[in-house]
Design a protein around this ligand. Structure first.
Ligand code: ADP
Length: 490
């Protein structure tokens, strides 16, 4: 593959998408957002923390290995465990008291928007879409501070039984608690004195994720009844379904929430039959929920799915393709071939129009036959998202469409090109494409097509949080914009 050619294609695609985006009327983005609070732990912080507790008490709690943070001592015990092994951990907390305690006793370095829908809404608003309608069922006043303050980002608000679109800052639910996740980063070499001494063996992090019991992944009845207010929109990006629980204290179960989720999707489609719906997956620990999301919400209801390689493996696993799932995870020499087959399998099993898989160095997008866009147009959408990912990795965040052009300076990954060269041998051998077609990134299966591109990778990224969401949102919005432009005959 000619790397220079792919650099040029990235540049051309970026400006092609720039011309297409104004054709979009709007995008709906739901459901999850939270506040990520980041604290990098120093020697001083640790001394301060350990002084707040009795060392013997910490040790006793370490031995019970708390799986949930009910009080500050649980946090302290899990922090010690995580640091001693240098092992990442994510532990839930169901109350806001730990948040308050941490704020008062430790403080944080900075806070940012978290959650897929929050990240995606801000990105699309900054790219200058005409209208982005975000919907977060638990929008608190504090949470609204993390949304971009721009006229094109709105949120439904119930007013006297009606629904109006307002800037998030005017659309929050009064009195609602915020969902705040604490991310504690620590570095290799940190000396810790707590029941003896140890040295942290590697950089890692401990996350305390907030899971308030009252949170429901659902749409307010009034918003659902007046869903027409959010139109005109061309697409919806839905995420956060992983927050659905198997059972709730009030006797409801995941089945109720799956049903509601599908009703929202059906209604969106009824209000605009041309509307395209994308679901962004993330890791879902609970297999019952993972399967329900895929088989009952995604399958036959939505058009497009975005996910990373681990999620492809996890999805295949619950859909009964264990062997394929393992070969995706093993990532050996033929990892990319398995990934491609995995994406095709998901396209078929879930009756999708499009499956976009992102990996470090390349993206694969598998498409059902008969899609209104050409493979070149799909390729432009993917290339555009690769530039966005590079810009995000490079600068930490994308402030505007213009600032995303910084991503064009990042080189296409050599490793990505190499991985694709290996895959080319397979594709040509199986007559999925000619060598020339592969150079363009086009694959023609019997019952699907696919586009595959090498991508830009930042060697030393500022941050990698939310890059997956950025890739999926950028490519999906670009694809819809190109569809609208085509419909307009331009
Ligand atoms: P997250 O949920 O945090 O966004 P994902 O695993 O879903 O994480 O997505 C991460 C994706 O970001 C990878 O698949 C890769 O395509 C992209 N990515 C990660 N690091 C970089 C980097 N340094 N430069 C460019 N892209 C990156």
């Amino acid at each position: 593959m000619d790397i220079q050619e792919w650099e040029q294609r990235h540049t051309d695609a970026f400006y092609n998408v720039k011309r297409s985006l104004p054709y979009l009327d709007g995008m709906f983005v739901a459901y999850n957002s939270n506040i990520d609070v980041i604290k990098h732990l120093t020697d001083k912080d640790l001394r301060k923390l350990t002084e707040l507790f009795d060392e013997a008490e910490i040790q006793k709690r370490v031995e019970t290995y708390p799986r949930e943070i009910k009080e500050p001592l649980d946090f302290m015990a899990r922090l010690i465990i995580s640091m001693r092994e240098g092992k990442a951990a994510e532990i839930p907390t169901h109350t806001s008291s730990t948040h308050e305690w941490l704020k008062a006793n430790l403080g944080f370095d900075y806070a940012r928007m978290g959650g897929q829908a929050g990240i995606i809404s801000n990105l699309l608003a900054r790219l200058g879409l005409k209208k982005v309608v975000a919907y977060i069922p638990w929008l608190s006043e504090e949470q609204t501070e993390y949304f971009v303050a721009s006229d094109n980002l709105l949120h439904p608000k119930v007013e006297n039984g009606n629904v109006v679109l307002k800037p998030p800052r005017e659309a929050f639910k009064p009195g609602i608690e915020s969902k705040v996740n604490w991310i504690f980063e620590y570095s290799k070499g940190l000396e810790v004195t707590c029941n003896g001494n140890f040295t942290v063996p590697r950089d890692n992090r401990l996350i305390i994720s907030s899971r308030p019991k009252w949170i429901r992944l659902d749409m307010d009845r009034e918003v659902y009844e007046h869903l027409d207010t959010i139109f005109p929109i061309d697409g919806a990006m839905l995420s956060g379904y992983q927050m659905i629980k198997e059972e709730y204290e009030d006797g409801s179960t995941y089945k109720d929430y799956v049903l509601h989720a599908v009703k929202v999707i059906d209604k969106l489609k009824a209000l605009n039959p041309q509307l395209r719906i994308h679901v962004e997956l993330t890791s879902i620990q609970n297999r019952v929920i993972r399967k329900a999301i895929l088989a009952e919400i995604v399958a036959n209801h939505v058009h497009s799915l975005g996910l990373d390689t681990v999620e492809v493996a996890n999805a295949l696993n619950v859909l009964g393709h264990e062997e394929l799932s393992y070969s995706v995870i093993r990532k050996e020499e033929y990892g990319i071939t398995s990934l491609y087959h995995g994406a095709v399998q998901l396209l078929k099993d879930l009756s999708l129009e499009r499956v976009h898989v992102h990996s470090l160095g390349y993206y694969i997008c598998v498409l059902a036959k008969g899609h209104p866009l050409t493979l070149k147009e799909h390729r432009d959408a993917l290339l555009f998202s690769s530039t966005l990912a590079a810009a995000k990795a490079l600068t930490g965040d994308i402030e505007s469409f213009e600032s995303a052009a910084a991503g064009l300076e990042v080189p296409v990954s050599d490793k990505g090109i190499e991985d694709l060269e290996n895959f080319k041998v397979y594709c040509v051998g199986k007559k999925l494409c000619t060598p020339d077609e592969f150079e363009y990134g086009y694959i023609y299966g019997a019952d699907h097509n696919a586009v595959i591109i090498p991508t830009k990778v930042v060697e030393q990224p500022q941050s990698t949080v939310g890059i997956g969401d950025t890739i999926s949102a950028g490519a999906f919005a670009a694809m819809l914009a190109e569809m609208k432009q085509k419909q307009a005959g331009k």
